[in-house]
Design a protein around this ligand. Structure first.
Ligand code: SF4
Length: 287
């Protein structure tokens, strides 16, 4: 994967409705593309020729600070379509600059990552958390180390992610986990999910999110090649699941979703993205 520096005119996407998994309406991405190269990644660029290039949005923070003026205060999601703490961030500090803008302008933030580099910015998260809300979601697709190595070769190991959760929550920063994506018949077993939720709870995480694998045409080829090599017996069940759509059918997801929800509740964790509005309402009722 290569990279190129670009200047942009706009960085803020405003969704009509809140993101169904992460709950935010604003998204500001520091990079386009992602060097983590997860096997199941659905975040592909519009232009196919750019698929192996990470674009570094050099002026993202400056543009964001202009675009947020007079906007209603809502959570800004960072990392929906890239890992904002991929190795390039060590040098470029684009995510760090975005956080500085959010801290100054008083906007809450929701970071999504698989990287331990996120710990570098803990003071900014503390500052934003004191003013509004800062939360960090660590994503997990695999419930075993072996599988994580195959599926997410360039990401921090799940153990390192759990340690990062521990370090951040010890500093008072809210963290949660997202089982994203839940891989049918591979990562959807109760035992593995229970162990992961327990480990996240012990590390201080307060919430769990989950969503099943989406199989878009472009990515399906890569994923089916992985199945053919490692789980040939699953090819047919996957064809049944994804035969008519890129999403799993309701009859598959509903019981898995209920199982994860009840495992999260058993641990006293919430099964939804933290909402800044609810937090505000709670604070208001205290006065
Ligand atoms: S970290 Fe997220 S955006 Fe990056 S390759 Fe993996 S799934 Fe795609």
């Amino acid at each position: 994967m290569t990279s190129k520096e670009i200047k942009i005119k706009s960085v803020l996407s405003v969704y009509r409705e809140r993101d169904p998994l992460y709950g935010f309406r604003y998204v500001a991405e520091p990079y386009i593309g992602c060097s983590n190269s997860c096997l199941y990644c659905q975040a592909s660029p519009k232009d196919e020729t750019e698929k192996d290039i990470v674009q570094i949005r050099l002026n993202a923070a400056e543009v964001l600070s202009r675009q947020l003026v007079k906007r209603p205060r809502e959570i800004v999601g960072v990392g929906r379509y890239c890992d904002p703490y991929m190795p390039l961030e060590k040098h470029y500090l684009i995510t760090n600059n975005i956080l500085q803008v959010l801290a100054v302008q008083g906007f809450p933030v929701h970071i999504i990552t698989k990287s331990t580099l996120v710990q570098r910015d803990y003071q900014l998260f503390q500052e934003i958390g004191q003013k509004t809300m800062a939360t960090i979601t660590f994503e997990f697709a695999a419930t075993t180390l072996e599988l994580a190595k195959r599926l997410e070769p360039n990401s921090a190991s799940p153990i390192k992610r759990l340690k990062a959760i521990h370090n951040l929550t010890s500093k008072g920063i809210n963290c949660g986990i997202a089982l994203n994506p839940v891989l049918p018949f591979i990562g959807d077993y109760q035992r593995g999910i229970k162990q992961l939720i327990l480990a996240a709870k012990e590390s201080g995480a307060s919430y769990v999110l989950a969503t099943p694998l989406v199989m878009k045409e472009k990515q399906a080829q890569k994923y089916f090649a992985f199945l053919e090599e490692n789980h040939p017996g699953l090819l047919q069940p996957y064809r049944v699941l994804y035969g008519r759509s890129s999403n799993v059918p309701y009859w598959y997801w509903e019981p898995i979703n209920e199982m994860i929800k009840s495992l999260a509740h058993e641990q006293g964790m919430i099964y939804e993205a933290p909402s800044w509005f609810e937090l505000q309402e709670k604070q208001l009722t205290l006065f």
